[in-house]
Write a protein of this length. Structure first.
Length: 203
């Protein structure tokens, strides 16, 4: 009898070790995995929106000016679709090789300083991809700042978010992220409550 009972115990152990997917334990495992997937994707959606806001809003709050490169006049050092950040600067402190932002009519241009004529209070500038210097000198009062940070390609992504479709996408990603996180929380809560009920019945 003792040997028979042991064999029965081993048989039960072997039977409960492999849990089919359609059993309560299998469903519980599937729910946990689904909740985990929803939570991860929800966090990624929220993180994408948060990263976009951080990149665009935080620098502006710190006094940076933000520029999107839409021409190739500064390639290859500053590729098209780069995003640039500039800080206000005393034009007389700009040196040869610095990248300055300045106004030409209603357009903001970002070119490299070739000569800083302090006496005339003007800059001679040039695009890296251009053969000649810019045809007019830039007076100090047109200078907006000195470029201190640049991120290639990122400007294309941020410009997309500034369009109507891009803004709708940001709202959509935020809503999807929140709903996925809520769904994951509900599934986890449901699994915990079901587990408590099973444990209560067994007691």
């Amino acid at each position: 009898m003792e040997t028979t009972e042991k064999n029965i115990g081993k048989t039960m152990e072997n039977t409960t070790a492999a849990v089919p997917e359609d059993t309560p334990a299998g469903k519980k495992t599937g729910s946990r995995v689904l909740a985990w997937i929803c939570r991860i994707f929800g966090i990624l959606c929220i993180a994408a929106v948060a990263a976009t806001l951080l990149i665009t809003v935080v620098p502006l709050k710190r006094g940076y000016s933000e520029y999107y490169v839409i021409s190739g006049s500064m390639e290859p050092q500053v590729p098209i679709y780069s995003i640039l950040y500039a800080l206000p600067v005393d034009p007389s402190t700009l040196q040869e090789g610095d990248i300055a932002s300045f106004k030409v009519g209603s357009t903001t241009v970002v070119h490299r300083v070739k000569i800083n004529n302090v006496e005339k209070r003007t800059l001679v500038t040039k695009g890296d991809a251009n053969e000649d210097v810019d045809f007019r000198e830039i007076s100090y009062d047109k200078v907006r700042g000195k470029v201190v940070r640049q991120f290639p390609v990122l400007g294309e992504v941020l410009m997309m978010y500034l369009t109507r479709c891009g803004k709708i996408l940001l709202v959509f990603l935020t809503a999807v992220g929140i709903l996925l996180i809520i769904a994951a929380h509900k599934m986890s809560e449901y699994s915990r409550n079901k587990k408590r009920k099973i444990e209560t019945r067994e007691k």
